[in-house]
Every structure is written in C-alpha cells, then in structure tokens.
Write a protein that binds this ligand. Structure first.
Ligand code: 6GU
Length: 406
C-alpha cells in the first residue's frame, strides 16, 4: 500500500517511521510519503490560509496550494508507486481521505475497506478546515477514485494530523501479512463480534493482593470461552449499550392494516406507551392502560387499525373509527391509540402514522378528532404541527383537538 500525507506540519507525522508502520515499511508492505503543503505556495510568507467568507472565527485553508499539492502528489504517485502497477482495466488513482470533525464516523469497518485500497492520500487540514471546493473538485474529477471525509469521534482536534496517524495505524495493521497471529485480529473489540473485549490478565497469578479470576487458570476451555463471552456482554451493556442495540434507522419501515395476530404485540406496546402518558397526567384515567386483552382484540378487528413494523418488530400503531364517545357525528373520523415504541420517539413515526390514518378515513369524513392528556406536551406539539387545533377540555385533564379534512 502507498500512503501520501499532505500537511503543514510534516514533522507531526514522523511517528509513521516507528513501531508498526515503521516495520510495515521495512517489510515492504507499506510506502509512506509525507509532503509539506507549503511547498505549493508561491508567496514570500508561504501563506496557506485566509479569513472565511461569510465571517466567523478562525481561518480557512485556501484552495490553490491544496489543488496544486494534490495534482502533483497524484501524478507523481501514478507514475512511480504501486498505483501504477495496478492491473490493466483497474480504476487507478488513490482514495483521498480528508480527516474532518464533520466527516463520516471512522469505524473498524471503514478501516477494513481502506486496507483493501492500494493507495491512500491523506489531506490534513488545520484551522477551521479546507475550502470546500478542494473536495468538490476532487470528487468531480477522475484523478481520485473516491473522496472520504472521516471523523474520529464527537470531539474537535486542532487539525487532521493526529487523526491521520490514527487512521493510518488502524488501516496498516489490517494489511495482509502484517500482524503475526491473524486470530488476534478476529477476536478484537469492534471486529466481527461487535462486542467489547473481556478483561485480560497475565502472570503473576496474584499481584498486590489481587487474584486472576480462577476460571482463567482452570484449563477448562469451554468454561473460559463462556466466561469471556459473559464478561464481554457485561462490559458492552455497561459502557457501550449502543453496540448491543444499534440505533434503528427506520430504513426498513412498513405500515399495513393490523391483523388479529398483531394483538399481542399491540397490547404490549400500548402498555409501554401509556405508562409515561399516565405519569405526565396524574389523576387522569387512561383507558389504554386498563383495558383487557379481549377488549383490545375487539376493536383491533372492527376498527381501522394500522401497524408499523421495522426489521420485523412492531414499533407503532394507530386506530381510526367513525363511532366514539366524543364524536358528534358520522362525518368525524375519531383517531386514537396512536402509539410509537418509546425508543423511537422523536423520529417522525407518530406523524407518519397520523397521516396514514387520516388518509384511511372514509369519503364522508369532513373532520378528524382526537383526544390527549392536557399535560402531554410532546403529543400536543406534534398534533399542532400536523394542523390540529385545541377544542377545549372534555373532562378534567383531557383535551380534544380537531382538524378539517382538506
Ligand atoms: Cl478527523 N479532525 C479534526 N480536526 N477533529 C476531529 C476529527 C478529525 N475527528 C474528531 N475530531
């Protein structure tokens, strides 16, 4: 693999000659070239930055030195490095990596993808960043295969150099033939398992009064594997619960008419949703919490009920009907039991279900009506945004809202 790094602090990248990356270079697996961006300036002060258009703090890196630097680095690498030895018909040119706090998250998966590339060019920005046209221009042309703006995490560094060191180290250790024991790659945190590693110990068995866990000295490999698995789960649950329950993107969302077989899940979801409703509205009777399973099954099949699924899980539901305790006439569509799994609140699913149940109303319907707790502020905000107007209290702590059908 060839790696070019462009920076105004080339000295910052000297560690690339040490340790793992140093050995990879000696082994001929890696060919690193560090360039000083100021070599492509033409004024006496070797200026690389200027004030931002539109105002604001800090300085922005000017596009001209970057454009010239990348042109030269890429054309030189194409005629001398492994980039030029890539087989006929393969797409040549490097992947341009731009470390930036505004980039896509750097993950083990992305490191693995970059490790498959024959050539990376890293452009280290300083100050507030590089003029965006440098990235746009690289994306628009054919000199680079791909441009990836990459962030290490949710914090701000002063420049891309430290990030470039991190990215190079994570990538280079994945190069084929690099780590002596390939198994040590598979087992690692964020490797295939997706869990944090169990704690590790070595000799002596007792140190400052602390013993190595007995199981690790037992020689019982099945027990050891089980113990490590359990430790991994505990650590992950405590420190990185997000790894156990990856955020649902709602990318796989589907909404359909409810069936009798959905009643168990709707019943459970309803309990989960209306507990917080009850807590927000003390003293108000919440029928959705007290009704029996049989009562739910009754309306699930007679009324118009829609259910939302994401990745096979029931995550939302809503009910529409023409009769209702507070519905004055048959031209009113009574909407109720709008529920969304609490871990998915704030992603617009309630609004989508509301729109779907509105359009499911029969033709004669002229207005939509619903009720909610007077103190259910998130519900009220959502209904108001959706065009509903408050019609007053129908009983203490319970308000009615309506909206004309358009
Ligand atoms: Cl890649 N660059 C900078 N400047 N700050 C960062 C970062 C990168 N990742 C997190 N913070």
């Amino acid at each position: 693999m060839r790696i070019d790094v462009v920076s105004i602090f080339p000295g910052y990248l000297t560690p690339l000659g040490l340790s793992l990356t140093g050995r990879a270079q000696e082994a001929g697996l890696l060919d690193v070239h560090v360039h000083d961006l100021r070599d492509w300036t033409h004024d006496r002060h070797r200026t690389v930055d200027d004030t931002p258009y539109g105002g604001g703090p800090g300085m922005v890196m000017r596009p001209e030195p970057w454009g010239e630097a990348l042109d030269t680095v890429i054309s030189t690498g194409s005629t001398s490095g492994p980039g030029s030895t890539s087989g006929p018909g393969s797409i040549s040119g490097p992947v341009l990596v731009v470390p930036s706090p505004a980039g896509e998250p750097f993950t083990q998966q992305l490191a693995g993808a970059l490790a498959e590339e024959p050539w990376l060019v890293l452009a280290c920005g300083r100050y507030e960043g590089i003029d965006q046209r440098v990235i746009e221009n690289a994306r628009a042309g054919t000199a680079v295969r791909q441009v990836r703006e990459i962030s290490l995490g949710d914090y701000v560094l002063n420049g891309g150099e430290a990030a470039a060191l991190v990215i190079v180290e994570a990538v280079v250790r994945l190069l084929p033939g690099f780590v002596g024991n390939p198994e040590s790659l598979v087992e690692e945190s964020h490797g295939s398992g997706g869990l944090l590693e169990a704690p590790v110990y070595t000799k002596p068995p007792t140190w400052r009064g602390l013993d190595v866990p007995e199981v690790l000295l037992s020689g019982d490999h099945a027990r050891i594997a089980l113990w490590r698995r359990e430790q991994s789960m505990r650590r992950t649950a405590a420190r990185r619960p997000d790894l156990l329950h990856p955020a649902t993107t709602l990318a796989d969302l589907s909404i359909r008419a409810a069936r009798q077989g959905d009643s168990g899940e709707v019943f459970t979801l309803q309990r989960a949703c209306w507990v917080s409703e009850q807590l927000a509205n003390p003293g108000v009777e919440v029928p959705a919490l007290t009704e029996s399973f049989d009562e739910l099954r009754a309306w699930l099949t007679t009324d118009t009920v829609l259910v939302a699924h994401d990745s096979g899980r029931l995550v939302g539901a809503v009910r529409g009907r023409l009769r209702g305790d507070d519905v004055p006439a048959a031209h009113t569509w009574d909407i109720g039991r709008l529920m969304v799994a609490p871990d998915l609140w704030g992603r617009g699913l309630g609004r989508r279900l509301l729109e779907r149940i509105e359009s499911a109303a029969p033709e004669q319907v002229e207005q939509f009506a619903l009720v909610t707790g007077a103190r259910s502020t998130r519900n009220l905000r959502m209904y108001k945004r959706a065009g509903y107007r408050l019609r007053g209290e129908i009983e203490p702590g319970v308000v009615r809202l309506t909206k004309r059908r358009r």
